[in-house]
Design a binder for this molecule. Sequence first.
Ligand code: NAP
Length: 250
Amino acid sequence: MSERPEYRTALVTGASRGVGAEIVRSLVAEGLDVWALARPSDALDALAAETGCHAVAADLNDDAATDAALAGLDIDVLVNNAGVISAVKPFVDLTGSEADAMLNLNLRAPLRVTGALLPGMISRRQGHIFAITSIFGPYSGPNMAVYCATKAAIRSFCACLRMDIAGTGIRVTEIAPGRTETGIYLDAFGGDSQALDEKLFSNYRTLQPQDVAEALMAALRLPARADANIIELSPTDQAAGGMVFAERGV
Ligand SMILES: NC(=O)c1ccc[n+]([C@@H]2O[C@H](COP(=O)([O-])OP(=O)(O)OC[C@H]3O[C@@H](n4cnc5c(N)ncnc54)[C@H](OP(=O)(O)O)[C@@H]3O)[C@@H](O)[C@H]2O)c1
């Protein structure tokens, strides 16, 4: 008898592009019935046409729309992936709405989605909850105070959740990637994709979205008795950590 859990269904948030779209492709290829959630877009519809996943067009910042989208779904594998970097600037310059955008999508939304789907997992006594966080969380980064705070908070949430549900058979895996070539920094670059590419990608061998998807699939395929709690996935050429030491008088 297989020791791998027999998951049938999955929901991926932030699925229309970047890391989320690659996770959808991998889960569909694994034979799961996948619900792909993002705001309405041609990209989401195209992903559904390409993969056969169910497009769920909903704004995670809209509680009523999110609740309606999740109602009645029995989901075995939840991937809390949607995230935003609304700005990259010192905290003192960050506007309230830029901070709220990150707090709401990166922290509040995954708590609400998990809260909605967890009771079903508990009653079926199986499930796997993934959180895509970031190395900006366990490690600090200048000009990223609120983003880092949201990702660190999700690490803490996952750790506590594991305690609350120990014995139910549900697994909780946090995947904390380093720099990955997607458009997540586009807002912070004022929509200038060429400037973004020159600054963050073209001169660096970064992660690709499918690398994050592969790490997720490796955790998913573990025997039911084993849970990969935290996977920190960095580009080989990137090292996290460090220190800022301002000179006198600066
Ligand atoms: N790229 C990196 O370097 C990197 C590194 C570490 C961690 N991460 C994390 O990886 C995750 C995926 O990021 P990514 O790089 O793939 O970003 P991305 O390419 O910008 O994709 C973000 C996804 O979130 C969706 N989304 C945005 N606002 C939404 C809302 N209000 N409601 C529902 N969906 C919404 C977007 O779709 P719509 O806009 O169409 O709704 C899109 O599908 C994030 O949690 C991010 O923090 C990324």
